[in-house]
Design a protein around this ligand. Structure first.
Ligand code: PLP
Length: 366
């Protein structure tokens, strides 16, 4: 306790130099209330619908036992996933969100100086996790269509590359990679480099050319699939995700996990959500239909929106990013601006999407 007279001594504790290279995560802002209008949060790609009653009941039931540690081995959820995905349980590694699992991947594979190749822009947790490990991020620019440039990514692989991250569909721009280009890319990547297919938005994918990541994983020992309960399953606040990887890799990911990282409510809710998937899928289909309506409306207005297979749309407005984000905000829609690259807007409730279209229509364009 300081009594207000003793000065607080300055810390001289030696922190890791690698922290200087860690960028800050910019989280989507909460909805901001405006006078007279309902505010909507469209900044974090969350599911706008509240949890299913059956899932909430399970969470409530387990809440009565949070004095106990969770199952450290996450056995019941692992078994449920293995059955649903038709893979051996030994190929599954869980973590606190797929961001947590990705941290385990980087920890398990990268020493300081090793390289991790990924597209940019892509998910902003990537450079953070890579820098935390003291590894080097190799960022390969997206194409003019805001898609992964898989040729350039294959060319960026060196002897130091340990991991390649492929975000499909890509956050924040929306397109999936195509199955054919992904296969051609994988043919070029050395077998000792792990390729992670980040499918956080898998459930929203409708493109017929999108890859079957699990099938590719089965055929290729250096391919892992990363998935989450945060988006389509609507459990972002509980933090649970998983990877499917071949056994030595999956075992390493379990080793690299923080003990008891997946809490008991998350484990129970994830199992209940797998069981209730048909019910959740109705909502996913509604969001996909809303996405189609929004994209069609924007195109009618003359906007060029990258093909999106996820629950968001991308406005690549460059220097006008702050201006467009402010226009949405003024209408009560909190969106996610990215510097001077563009604005990502999550597909939300129909009323919110209507307003999205109104703001986009009114935004002055050359
Ligand atoms: C949202 C998202 C995740 C999921 O994060 P969680 O930690 O599971 O909540 C993973 N990858 C991408 C590309 C995302 O957009």
């Amino acid at each position: 306790m300081t009594d207000g007279t003793t000065p607080t001594p300055t810390s001289t504790v030696r922190l890791r130099g690698a922290l200087d290279a860690v960028p800050a995560y910019v989280a989507g802002k909460p909805a901001a209330a405006q006078a007279g209008i309902t505010a909507y949060k469209m900044s974090s790609n969350e599911n706008p619908y509240p949890p299913l009653p059956s899932v909430l009941d399970v969470v409530r039931e387990h809440a009565g036992r949070i004095n106990r540690y969770p199952d450290m081995g996450v056995a019941a959820l692992t078994a449920a996933l293995a059955e649903r995905l038709d893979v051996p349980p030994a190929r599954i590694a869980t973590g606190p969100g797929s961001v947590g699992v990705l941290g385990q991947i980087i920890t398990a594979l990268c020493d300081p100086g090793d390289e991790v190749v990924f597209a940019w822009r892509s998910f902003e947790a990537y450079p953070i996790l890579v820098a935390l490990a003291g590894a080097t991020a190799v960022q390969v620019p997206l194409t003019a269509e805001s898609r992964h440039d898989l040729d350039a990514m294959a060319a960026a692989v060196t002897d130091r590359t340990k991991v390649v991250l492929v975000c499909t569909p890509n956050n924040p721009t929306g397109p999936s990679v195509r199955a054919d280009e992904l296969e051609a890319f994988l043919d070029r990547v050395p077998q000792d480099v792990l390729v992670v297919l980040d499918e956080a938005y898998l459930e929203f994918v409708t493109s017929e050319e999108a890859p079957d990541a699990l099938a590719i994983h089965r055929a290729r020992p250096n391919v892992a699939v990363l998935r989450t309960f945060s988006k389509a399953y609507g459990l972002a606040g509980l933090r649970v995700g998983y990877a499917v990887a071949h056994e030595p890799v999956a075992e390493a990911l379990r080793k690299a996990a923080i003990p008891f990282g997946v809490n008991s409510l998350a484990q129970a809710a994830a199992i209940a959500s797998l069981e209730a998937y048909d019910e959740l899928d109705v909502r996913v289909k509604e969001l996909v239909a809303e996405r189609a309506r929004v994209v069609a409306g924007l195109e009618e207005q003359g906007w060029e929106i990258p093909d999106t297979d996820a629950n968001f749309v991308w406005f690549g407005v460059g220097e006008r990013t702050p201006e467009l984000a402010a226009a949405f905000q003024e209408a009560g829609l909190t969106v996610r601006p990215y510097g001077t690259d563009g604005v990502r807007v999550t597909i939300a409730e129909p009323e919110a999407n209507d307003r999205l279209l109104e703001v986009a229509a009114a935004f002055p364009r050359p």
